[in-house]
Design a protein around this ligand. Structure first.
Ligand code: GLC
Length: 471
């Protein structure tokens, strides 16, 4: 089967979040299953772009409203990612440093999508499925079916995967003329709540819709940032397929980012060496438990609760436990987390920003990972933590609920809580300390979690089955 994935990001080319990890790994595993897999993303000015050689495979031109835009499709020469990897360059619009965050993001992503469809319409053959990810690629199924110049592509099955339904790409109706001439009879497909809603449009036009965990799919029917009714109405074509992790990248035995490689057999000694390095680097106490948080500092992740929760832990639970935070986001949360450094010196530290290498080192050296997310469509960090012998403390939501089982349950190995509140976090830290103070039990759990199989093998196959249903 030939599959074309369309996404805004893909690791290691460009990463802003978990979407990149998935679009970097899933294609590789599908290719290994014997399929022909292609990934296309906008051209971003990243290290990977400059470190690799590219062939120009197509040049074309599109219109965005009345602006004429030339685009170029380039392809990485050596297939080093394990699948065909393409970027779309549009002079003046793409080719920038960051993936998102520009005032003209709407124009950038709409133009990207038109260019992808235009390129596709120039292929000598048709792929078996076009798989679009999140709203940045959400107008593609509509364009393939209802834009006059492209409707010879109408028969190609389209699958949408939603990694995060909070962001929907809303555009005013004044931008309806951005799309190549479309059949106004189908105006309703573009619309939700009086605006053009690319995510809603993709849900309506795709043949199948998936979310990245079964629980998140359920949740969307009552909490979807305004799209609840749509998910209820379209539930027949929606399924949840849990993400996997790239076990080649996330492997404690071969990880070149970490100080000491280890396996489940020597997890205790291995983690200790890695913890020592972390504690030395960040001035923490190696003899005390180490709790980490890695991720965006935003409301969705309940990151604004962290400062107070950490302060309460020091004041009410134990003043001698370590917290290390890595992330960026809300400036006021960043400031609070930075300010706390001088108050809890020797036990607390934070690094504002994103650092892939440090993230690996933190999973390898920490005892517990905290994820209090309000919304977590799947969450990959808890799975990375499990694989690195770090016990996850998670709120019962979305993919966290599907991948972490509380120690109170038979064969449980994590700590789960229900409410995204300071109190629930503090109580969970207390439970974690009890476990830390029972080393035999803690070590047995570390061995157990390292052996859990969250690899892509199963999920990559589930997507293929889904494609077969619409093919
Ligand atoms: C988004 C979600 C996250 C998910 C990731 C990959 O970043 O917030 O929960 O794991 O996409 O699907």
């Amino acid at each position: 089967m030939e599959i074309l994935h369309v996404s805004a990001e893909s690791y290691p080319y460009a990463k802003a979040g978990g979407l990149a990890d998935v679009v970097g790994a899933l294609p590789k595993y599908q290719q290994q299953l014997g399929h022909v897999v292609k990934v296309v993303v906008p051209m971003h000015r990243t290290k990977f772009l400059y470190d690799n050689e590219w062939d120009t495979v197509h040049k074309g031109a599109i219109m965005l409203a009345s602006t004429f835009l030339e685009y170029t499709i380039i392809k990485e020469k050596t297939n080093k990612l394990g699948f065909d990897f393409y970027c779309v360059d549009i002079f003046g619009l793409l080719d920038r440093q960051k993936v998102y965050g520009y005032d003209d993001d709407t124009e950038r992503f709409v133009a990207f999508q038109i260019a992808v469809v235009d390129w596709l319409s120039n292929w000598q053959h048709r792929p078996d499925v076009v798989h679009v990810h999140d709203y940045h690629a959400g107008l593609i199924p509509f364009m393939m079916r209802h834009c006059y110049v492209y409707n010879h592509l109408a028969g190609i099955p389209a699958v949408l995967t939603i990694h995060n339904a909070q962001y929907q790409g809303w555009m005013g109706w004044d931008k309806a003329n951005y799309l190549p001439n479309w059949d106004s009879w189908h105006r309703g497909l573009l619309e939700w709540d009086n605006t053009i809603n690319p995510l809603a449009c993709a849900v309506k036009c795709a043949d199948k819709v998936t979310t990245v965990s079964p629980s998140y799919m359920e949740e969307l029917r009552y909490s979807a940032n305004g799209l609840e009714k749509l998910f209820e109405y379209e539930k027949g074509k929606c399924t949840g397929i849990l993400n996997g992790i790239d076990t080649l990248v996330w492997n404690t035995q071969t990880d070149t980012y970490i100080l000491d490689n280890f396996s489940a057999k020597d997890v205790v000694a291995g983690k200790k060496l890695n913890k020592k390095k972390l504690c030395d680097d960040f001035d923490l106490d190696i003899d005390k438990p180490l709790f980490i948080y890695i991720g965006r500092l935003v409301g969705e992740k309940a990151a604004e609760l962290l400062p107070q929760a950490i302060i309460d832990c020091y004041e009410k639970v134990d003043s001698k436990i370590n917290f290390l935070i890595l992330g960026s986001g809300d400036p006021s949360v960043e400031r609070q987390l930075e300010r706390m450094r001088s108050h809890f010196m020797g036990y607390y530290n934070s690094q504002i920003g994103y650092n892939e290498k440090l993230a690996h080192q933190m999973y390898a050296g920490a005892d517990f990972l905290l994820m209090p997310s309000r919304v977590e469509p799947c969450g990959l960090n808890q799975m990375y933590a499990l694989r690195y012998g770090t016990i996850p403390i998670v709120r019962n939501t979305g993919g966290l609920k599907d991948t972490v089982k509380d120690i109170g349950e038979p064969n449980g190995y994590g700590i789960n809580f229900n409410e995204p509140t300071v109190n629930d976090i503090v109580y969970s830290v207390t439970r974690a300390l009890e476990l830390y103070n029972a080393p035999k039990k803690m070590q047995a759990i570390q061995k157990q979690i390292m052996a859990i199989d969250n690899s892509w093998d199963k999920s990559a196959e589930s997507y293929i089955q889904l494609y077969n249903e619409v093919h």
